[in-house]
Design a protein around this ligand. Structure first.
Ligand code: ARG
Length: 660
């Protein structure tokens, strides 16, 4: 794994070359559309836009260094990158865009961090006809290393690796800062606005496991951005507008004729939907009336709007139960919100001359994409494409968002690529300054690796799933006889925290691109990389300070006066691991892969266990069990671990408990 900036630059260059070749090929053919523009080109362009944006932000984030004496946690890796960039530029001024690769070392024998740039530089110089070995380059880099507070010593190993040993007193000071200030993010040079479009179920339809994934992943992304100081708008783009409302309203009129005056008791909207669909398919008159209802809805007839609102309210209450359980906050701004704007967008497309007529539909082709967007159907209605065009327009021009992220299953990736490409074609945004991204994810599978279903083959209702999680988590706690130790309140708290924490963590800890197998047994296992394990780990760490009778005040006082010693190998390993937190978050900011945080927290927990197994924190008398000695600097290491872990949980949306 290399340095993101270097990776990004290299991929960008390679892609631009490919795009040039492909574009030239297409240019040379007179009518590109007739020849089906290559989907390869399209996805390359999409990927390319993302890379360009990332390269830009990476470059900028490298410059945004917390001021000296800042309360923010220092990103050690980033700081080392800067130091080495200066050294590399001075050592090889002839290379305009030198590769920068500083990574945490795998084996402490070879230093704490490693710089692997000399090998790549060797290749580059060789290509320019300069004869110099990577070891010589490494030597030259070291000669040009600027003065810095971080590096203790360096050595060249093998073909030209540079092993970097960092200064213990400096790391110790960073840990003290962390304890005194808490986990502070680096200050943002300018406050940026992020829109995360997530969850987004459809009215009158079941909110399914795909929406659960979107809810969990989207919420965690929001939490990350919020922690880092961004202005975050959490949008629930619910499907609340469309032809299905015609039949729902027509059916409502028949079943509850006085719905305008007294609210109809629709308990089961699913069943209601099925009934109306059946009638729609079977009764010709009903179908006609349903269509008329759509038109009447779109022209905002009060009586029809009333019916529509009633139906939305029933769904909304149902969705809210899920959000309340998971403690997820969202602003509902469904498709209907964009109704007027859709007209304006269609008008703009017409004005710009990109609208084409195709068998009564109005479509738009975008460069590099073989399928068009359908913006007006032959019956005059708008589509999912139209509402997303209007939404992106609104988000860019009215919200003035700097970053827009869509969290849905990967099945919708073509749809979003089309929408983004259209927005760029129309000049709505420049990918170099506005980041627009579809964060797709795989499907949820059952333990049989087939589509997630109930035993009887129905879709699983989310509330049932969450309730089952609660039940299973309680069973687990009772198995361990925790009900005998905890107060009833503590027990329910632990139950909820484990159940919902595990469901979230199981989702977040897998690479979101992959399909993921939903298994209560696996997620509730308290061994391995699960929320149950991490929740236990955190309560255990916290219980160490209880053992030593230290409260927050005593720890804070100790932090201010006790230097944190890092002489033991395991202390040193833990100290460095704790301080990698900002590096981990920074990476997620770039790739939106939250499993990086889960992996890190798991590593932190296991590193802590190694430390705790070999370093006494609290020494007790063997006979009496009385505490005879508290090794305060180690208590501080425990506290620093707990602080970072708790912050990590917070970003993942997991609620820690003090006892479980
Ligand atoms: N309602 C859609 C669905 O259930 C998801 C909407 C995602 N957001 C968007 N802007 N298209 O598949």
């Amino acid at each position: 794994m290399g340095d993101p900036l270097a990776d990004c630059s290299a991929r960008l260059q390679e892609q631009e070359r490919q795009i040039r070749t492909l574009s030239a090929e297409i240019e040379s053919l007179k009518n590109p559309r007739a020849l089906e523009p290559s989907p390869q080109l399209a996805s390359l362009k999409e990927e390319n836009a993302k890379l360009k944006y990332r390269l830009n932000t990476l470059k900028r984030s490298l410059q945004a260094d917390p001021a000296p004496g800042s309360r923010a946690m220092l990103n050690i890796n980033q700081r080392l990158q800067q130091v080495f960039e200066d050294a590399i530029r001075a050592a090889c001024p002839q290379v305009a865009d030198p590769p920068l690769a500083v990574t945490p070392g795998r084996d402490p024998k070879f230093g704490d961090y490693q710089c692997n740039s000399a090998m790549a530089l060797g290749q580059m110089l060789k290509a320019r006809g300069e004869k110099v070995t990577p070891r010589e380059i490494a030597q030259k880099i070291l000669e040009n290393l600027p003065e810095n507070e971080l590096i203790e010593k360096t050595e060249i190993a093998g073909p030209g690796f540079i092993n970097i040993h960092i200064r213990k007193p400096f790391v110790s000071k960073l840990l003290t800062n962390l304890l005194l200030n808490g986990v502070q993010p680096p200050p943002l040079p300018v406050r940026k606005k992020v829109i995360v479009d997530f969850s987004s179920p459809n009215i009158a339809k079941e909110m399914h496991v795909g929406h659960l994934r979107s809810t969990i992943i989207g919420d965690s992304m929001c939490r990350l951005f919020e922690f880092l100081g961004y202005e975050v708008v959490r949008l629930n783009h619910v499907g609340d507008w469309g032809t299905q409302f015609g039949m729902l309203i027509a059916h409502l009129q028949d079943k509850f004729p006085d719905y305008v005056t007294s609210s109809p008791p629709i308990g089961d909207l699913q069943a209601f939907y099925k009934e109306s669909k059946k009638r729609f398919d079977e009764e010709e008159d009903f179908k006609k009336r349903a269509y008329r209802c759509v038109v009447r809805l779109q022209s905002k007839e009060p009586e029809i709007i009333k019916a529509w609102t009633l139906i939305c309210d029933v769904s909304r209450a149902e969705f809210q139960r899920v959000y309340d359980c998971l403690q997820v906050k969202l602003i509902e701004r469904g498709e209907s919100f964009y109704q007027e704007m859709m007209k304006a967008v269609v008008e703009e497309l017409k004005q710009k001359g990109v609208l084409e007529l195709d068998e009564g539909r109005h479509i738009v082709f975008v460069p590099g994409q073989s399928i068009p967007l359908t913006v007006v159907k032959s019956d005059g209605g708008f589509t999912y494409d139209t509402s997303d065009l209007a939404a992106i327009h609104q988000r860019i021009f009215q919200e003035r968002a700097d970053i827009i992220i869509y969290v849905t299953d990967s099945g919708q990736s073509t749809h979003f690529q089309l929408v983004f490409a259209a927005a760029r074609m129309l000049g709505w945004y420049d990918p170099l300054t506005t980041r627009v991204e579809h964060a797709g994810f795989g499907v949820v599978l059952g333990e049989d690796k087939k589509k997630f279903k109930t035993r009887s083959g129905d879709t699983v209702r989310l509330m049932d799933l969450l309730d089952e999680g609660l039940k299973r988590s309680m069973d687990k706690l009772k198995d361990k006889e925790r009900d005998k130790v905890l107060t009833p309140e503590e027990l329910t708290q632990a139950q909820r925290s484990v159940a919902y924490g595990c469901i979230k963590y199981a989702d977040l800890s897998h690479n979101r691109i992959n399909d993921y197998v939903f298994s209560f047994d696996k997620m509730l296992d308290d061994r391995g990389n699960t929320a149950a394990y991490l929740l236990y780990a955190l309560t255990r760490i916290r219980s160490i300070s209880r053992l030593a009778s230290l409260d927050g005040g005593a720890l804070a006082a100790a932090a201010a006066s006790t230097p944190i010693l890092l002489d033991h190998d395991k202390e040193w390993k833990l100290g460095k691991c704790i301080l990698r937190f900002p590096e981990v978050l920074n990476k997620i900011l770039e790739d939106l892969f939250l499993h990086g945080l889960c992996d890190y927290l798991y590593e932190l927990a296991t590193t802590f266990t190694e430390f705790y197994d070999s370093c006494y924190c609290v020494e007790k008398d063997r006979q009496t069990g009385e505490v005879v000695k508290v090794n305060m600097w180690r208590m501080l290491l425990c506290e620093a671990t707990a602080t970072v872990m708790a912050k990590g949980f917070d970003i993942l949306g997991i609620t820690p408990v003090s006892r479980m």
